[in-house]
Design a protein around this ligand. Structure first.
Ligand code: ADP
Ligand code: ZN
Length: 434
């Protein structure tokens, strides 16, 4: 598979780091001059842009958190005048009030370049026809992928999300070779395809799936690849930083190559704020390099993962973000035990007879936390005898106990009863917070 921008994507790491340092210095100077919020902060900390002499010095800069964007709502962190802002998006608000982000022409150029790289890494070329089933709108997914794919020269079908039957009709009529959406929406489309008796192998032309915007496990990848008969890669990003495009997998599927000339990524211990040891898991902290409208220092993503700098068989030298394990803020504390929804998913999807649709309900009854997992059994199991269902339920409870160390309640529900998502899936309902 060709590398979109070999000059950058295969640069020796030493040179890549030199490039990052040059861009970091410029970014700090530019941001200090153009954003009052940061100028005040650095002044208060008695730091001058010139104090950043090495990449390690980035640690002298203050962190930025989501609340900083909210408090400066909507445009106060913008470093360019409105005449230079050409696009506005907002985060989907998975956690709380949305945040507003802006792009200059240069930012859109950079974004398209970042997406072109990851889409090429995921197999897309100018010969492809891409069905973009991410929402087009304030959410960054649709437009973000759109312009990157256009840069490659792929033919884009901008369907946006929703109306699943129409999505499938388009798949049959327009023969897309690439599907782009959230992994949970892809699963939903797959359910429909099966129901309609369509054979992806015979009736469709799909070769690649580019998925992102939410966490998904290797089991879901396997399910999608088998179901659609294509290769599925993961890509990651967030609107505060750019949208999708921070990083994306190549077809080796062993971590998402970071566009390191555009983004400097640190991994910190979320408790202490210190860098973790190389290769250890922690919270990703991202500083865009050279962004014009919304430059941020050390944005705390709350996403947990680790970084692998070792060479990749694809030839790219850029470091890779390994699968996102979840967010620091979706960690559930149930009876004092820390639980990530991804741990529950991992257990469920290894059990035969269970569909990849579940919901986690946390509540507090008589002052005790309760954790209920609702899982869909597949058609075959559900049409079976009662005692098989009971046995399956018990198996899930036992496996979850081994994984989590606490007893959870499991409720097997009929196929297609758990709400499907056309964008990001909502897997956890924490009634303690309502
Ligand atoms: P919101 O915070 O409102 O969801 P965004 O739409 O910008 O805003 O979503 C960004 C978040 O989505 C990331 O911080 C991360 O938690 C999640 N995300 C995006 N891509 C991936 C991915 N490939 N794997 C796991 N999580 C992802
Ligand atoms: Zn690679």
């Amino acid at each position: 598979m060709p590398i979109w921008n070999p000059q950058i994507e295969t640069l020796p790491r030493k040179e890549l780091k030199e490039l990052q340092l040059r861009k970091l210095k410029k970014t700090v100077q530019y941001t200090y001059e153009n954003v009052k919020f940061y100028r005040d902060k650095l002044d208060a900390m008695k730091i001058k842009p010139d104090d950043i002499k090495t990449l390690e010095d980035i640690r002298r800069l203050p962190y930025t958190v989501k609340d900083d964007l909210r408090e400066n709502f909507p445009y106060q962190l913008f470093a360019t005048p409105m005449k230079d802002v050409v696009r506005i998006h907002a985060s989907s608000g998975t956690t709380g009030k949305p945040t507003v982000v802006g792009y200059s022409r240069g930012d859109l150029e950079m974004w398209a370049e970042a997406i072109a790289r990851l889409a090429s890494a995921g197999g897309v070329t100018a010969d492809d026809i891409a069905q973009i089933s991410f929402g087009y709108g304030l959410f960054t997914g649709g437009f973000g992928l759109h312009y990157g794919l256009e840069r490659i020269g792929a033919a884009i079908i901008p369907v946006s999300s929703g109306n699943t039957e129409r999505q499938i009709k388009i798949m049959q009529d327009f023969s897309p070779t690439v599907l782009i959406c959230t992994p949970s929406y892809a699963l939903h489309i797959l359910d429909y395809i099966k129901e309609m008796g369509i054979s992806p192998e015979k009736d469709l032309k799909l070769k690649y799936g580019l998925f992102g915007a939410e966490p998904w496990s290797e089991s879901i990848r396997a399910e999608l690849e088998r179901g659609f008969n294509f290769e599925a890669t993961d890509n990651y990003g967030l609107s505060e930083i750019i949208g999708p495009g921070v990083s994306g997998e190549c077809l080796e599927k062993n971590g998402m190559h970071i566009n390191e000339d555009f983004f400097f990524v640190e991994v910190i211990d979320p408790e202490t704020g210190e860098w973790v040891k190389e290769g250890e898991t922690g919270e990703l902290v991202i500083t865009p390099l050279g962004k014009e409208t919304l430059p941020l220092f050390r944005y705390r993503t709350r996403d947990l993962s680790h970084i692998d700098e070792s060479p990749c068989a694809c030839g790219r030298t850029t470091a890779r973000i390994m699968k996102i394990r979840g967010r620091t803020d979706d960690m559930l504390i149930v009876r004092g035990v820390n639980i990530f929804p991804s741990q529950i998913e991992e257990v469920l999807l290894k059990i035969e007879g269970v569909a990849p649709h579940y919901q986690i309900v946390v509540d507090r009854k008589n002052n005790i936390d309760t954790l209920e997992v609702w899982v869909e059994a597949n058609e075959i199991v559900f049409s079976d005898e009662m005692k098989k269902l009971v046995a399956l339920e018990k198996l899930i409870i036992d496996r979850l106990y081994v994984q989590l160390g606490i007893k959870v309640e499991v409720k097997l529900v009929e196929p297609k009863t758990i709400e499907r998502s056309q964008g990001k899936a909502k897997r956890v309902i924490d009634k303690r917070k309502i």
